[in-house]
Design a protein around this ligand. Structure first.
Ligand SMILES: [Zn+2]
Length: 324
């Protein structure tokens, strides 16, 4: 969607006084059922953009078929819908957007902002920083395996809405990074930038595990002439032993939780636990939309005990249906 499209004009006309509505998104990978850490990202991104009267989109990041589980995307969408989390536009599947990823990659190659690389993992130093081996041509005349984006020395500065000014040096973090993988799949970094740009996403709200890759994504945005969205990296959710929840509880899906209790815990993780009298899903959402403030979000990591809201015999009909 771009300025000039009928769809764009319709949406903009709903926002009198604003040139463009804010657009946020939640982009889960269908590698399993929705876990609590993902729910927190969904709730945070939803509240941040809805509080400002904007649109919230869901995009399934199904870029990596070997890591996917059959039916996971549908199960995640069903779980989100039970919380009232519905995309304001048709849900996109990243795997179907490959032509535009390829077009972006070809453009970068044509402009020599990317290059073919013949190196395998074994050729890389232990630091993981690409030494520039194939920058001029693939080493030793070996066949190209992947495509890398050319990273020049220098800082990438941006402001995280929660964490303040950030300063990353991708040349020291990773060097020239992969945009087309040796297995023929488009790399996450390129796909996320191209798709956020094409959807007009103005706010990227996600887990702080992705903070480190923001500098790389900004370099790609600049190379492709895409606008830079605002960034907000939410606290990481850990268990009582400090382990990332998505790792330690990968087999413990949110769909087994009581919805009201799970939403309350997600809001608590975001520094917005509703008062005890605010019980139903609908009243929790109303309260959170009214109270939402970035200043209240902890920078984390946050230890949350999800055991309390897990009910093996739970059925979603125990919660009243909601309409937001
Ligand atoms: Zn190489």
């Amino acid at each position: 969607m771009r300025p000039g499209d009928a769809e764009y004009k319709n949406i903009v006309s709903e926002f009198s006084g604003n040139e463009r509505p804010p657009i946020g998104r939640f982009a889960p990978s269908p590698t399993g059922k929705l876990h609590f850490g993902s729910l927190v990202s969904a709730v945070g991104s939803y509240l941040q953009v809805r509080r400002a009267g904007g649109l919230w989109l869901i995009r399934i990041e199904d870029l990596d078929p070997p890591r996917e589980r059959a039916g996971a995307a549908a199960a995640q969408l069903t779980t989100l819908a039970r919380f009232g989390l519905l995309s304001d536009r048709p849900v996109q599947r990243q795997s179907r957007l490959r032509p535009r990823h390829d077009a972006a990659m070809r453009q970068l190659l044509r402009r020599q902002l990317a290059f073919h690389c013949a190196c395998s993992r074994r050729d890389l130093p232990a630091s993981g920083v690409y030494p520039g081996t194939c920058r001029r041509k693939p080493a030793d005349g070996r066949p190209a395996r992947s495509v890398r984006f050319r990273v020049e020395p220098g800082q990438v500065r941006f402001v995280d809405l929660l964490r303040g000014p950030q300063n990353q040096v991708p040349a020291e973090q990773c060097g020239d990074f992969i945009i087309l993988r040796a297995d023929g799949l488009i790399a996450y970094q390129l796909a996320v930038v191209v798709d956020d740009g094409a959807s007009g996403v103005t706010e990227v709200v996600r887990g702080s595990d992705l903070l480190d890759s923001t500098g790389r994504q900004i370099l790609l945005q600049e190379a492709l002439g895409l606008p830079r969205p605002a960034y907000l990296h939410l606290p990481l959710i850990v268990d009582d032993q400090g382990r990332k929840l998505s790792k330690s509880r990968a087999d413990d899906p949110v769909e087994r939780y009581c919805l009201r209790e799970a939403l309350r815990l997600a809001l608590r993780a975001l520094g917005h636990e509703p008062p005890a009298g605010v019980q139903s899903l609908e009243s929790q959402w109303r309260w959170a939309l009214k109270e939402w403030s970035i200043e209240r979000i902890p920078t984390g990591p946050i230890a949350i005990d999800v055991q309390g809201c897990r009910h093996d015999d739970y059925t979603p009909s125990d919660d009243a249906p909601i309409s937001l």
